[in-house]
Design a protein around this ligand. Structure first.
Ligand code: SF4
Ligand code: MG
Length: 323
C-alpha cells in the first residue's frame, strides 16, 4: 500500500516550573495508504501531544526536541508554520476533541467555510455556498442552509462535530487525524459520528489516525493499533493480532479492562509514572505484575514477531535465557 506517514524518534518536552515534562519519548509508528490506525492509551499517555507535535500545534512551554514525521516524503517537523497550516487544511484534515473549540463562536458557520476556502483560492460566493452545502449534506446534515446561516452555539454537540468533520473534509485531504472525536457525546451519537468518519475515510481511500482511550473503538474501526504508555509506544500491530494475542503486559491489562456485559469491571490499578522524574528501565514496571530484575534498570528493546506485531518488554528475553 505504501507509507503515507512515518514518525520516527518523536520527542516532545514541556518546560514547566516543576521541571521538564517528558510528554513524548522517542515515538515511532507509521500509517500506510488507505489504512486506519488507532492510537490508544489512558489519558495523559501522550496521545494528543504526539499528534499535536506532528501537526505543529504544540505551543510553548512545549516543544518538539527531536524526531521526524515524514508525510508523503516531506518532514512535517521541518516545515514553517505557514507551510504546515496550508498542508493542514488541504492534505491533512484535523478533527479535534471538542468541536466547540474548533469552531469560532462569533462567526456564522458560512463565513468559517468561506475562510477555509479563501485560504485555498476559492473566493466566489456562489461556489463557496455550493461547496459548503455539499460538504454538510455529505455529513448527514439535512438543512445545510439553516446551519450555514447560524452560529456554533445553536448546534448540539453531535451536529457541531458533524460541521467540524465537514470542514476537515472540505478540501479533500488524503489523511485525516481525529483526536477522541466523540468525547462528551452520548453513546448513540458517538457511534453515528464514528460510522460517519469511517465512511468518509473509506469511500475516498483516505488514511486516518484515530486517537482514542477506548480499545472497543479500536476493535471496531481500526486496521492497526499503536498502544502508548508514559509517552512511549509499547506495542503495535494489526488490530486482529494485538487484540487476540496482546504481548505487552500493559496491553493485556487494557484488554481486560474493556467492559463486557455480565462481567464485573476490571480496573487498571496503580498510577501512571511521574513524567518529570521519568522512571529508569521500563516505564510500566510500577504497575506490572511480571516485573523482574532488569525492568528497573534496562529500557526494553523492541521484539518483533514475524507478523510485524512489535512490543517493548523484557519477558521474552528472560524466557529465552531460561531455556
Ligand atoms: Fe513488565 Fe518488565 Fe515487561 Fe516492563 S519490561 S512490561 S516491567 S515485564
Ligand atoms: Mg487527549
Amino acid at each position: 500500500a505504501g507509507r503515507l506517514l512515518e514518525v520516527s524518534g518523536l520527542t516532545t518536552r514541556f518546560d514547566t516550573p516543576d521541571g521538564l515534562v517528558h510528554a513524548v519519548n522517542g515515538v515511532d509508528f507509521h500509517v500506510d495508504r488507505a489504512e486506519i490506525v488507532g492510537v490508544v492509551g489512558e489519558s495523559g499517555c501522550g496521545k494528543s501531544v504526539t499528534i499535536r507535535s506532528i501537526l505543529g500545534l504544540v505551543r510553548p512551554p512545549g516543544r518538539v526536541v527531536d524526531g521526524t514525521a515524514r508525510f508523503d516524503g516531506v518532514d512535517l517537523l521541518g516545515l514553517r508554520r505557514t507551510e504546515l497550516r496550508r498542508l493542514r487544511g488541504k492534505d491533512i484534515g484535523f478533527i479535534a476533541q471538542n468541536p466547540f473549540s474548533a469552531l469560532n463562536p462569533v462567526m456564522r458557520i458560512h463565513r468559517q467555510f468561506a475562510t477555509i476556502m479563501a485560504a485555498h483560492g476559492v473566493k466566489a460566493d456562489g461556489e463557496v455556498r455550493d461547496r459548503a452545502r455539499t460538504a454538510l449534506t455529505d455529513v448527514g446534515i439535512a438543512g445545510p442552509d439553516r446551519v450555514l446561516d447560524g452560529y456554533a452555539h445553536q448546534l448540539s454537540g453531535g451536529m457541531a462535530q458533524r460541521v467540524v468533520i465537514a470542514m476537515a473534509m472540505l478540501l479533500n485531504p488524503t489523511f485525516v487525524i481525529a483526536d477522541e472525536p466523540t468525547t462528551g457525546l452520548d453513546l448513540t451519537v458517538q457511534r453515528q459520528i464514528l460510522d460517519l468518519i469511517r465512511r468518509l475515510v473509506r469511500e475516498h481511500d483516505r488514511s486516518m489516525l484515530l486517537v482514542t482511550h477506548d480499545l472497543g473503538v479500536v476493535a471496531q474501526y481500526c486496521d492497526r493499533v499503536v498502544v502508548m504508555y508514559a509517552g512511549k509506544v509499547i506495542e503495535h500491530g494489526t488490530v486482529r493480532d494485538v487484540l487476540k494475542d496482546p504481548r505487552h503486559p500493559y496491553t493485556q491489562a487494557l484488554i481486560r479492562a474493556i467492559p463486557r456485559p455480565g462481567e464485573p469491571l476490571v480496573h487498571l490499578t496503580g498510577r501512571l509514572p511521574d513524567l518529570i522524574d521519568y522512571p529508569s528501565g521500563c516505564p510500566f514496571r510500577a504497575r506490572c505484575p511480571h516485573a523482574f530484575e532488569p525492568c528497573a534498570q534496562v529500557v526494553p528493546a523492541a521484539v518483533t514477531e514475524p507478523s510485524g506485531q512489535t512490543y517493548w518488554c523484557h519477558l521474552p528475553q528472560e524466557r529465552e535465557a531460561a531455556r
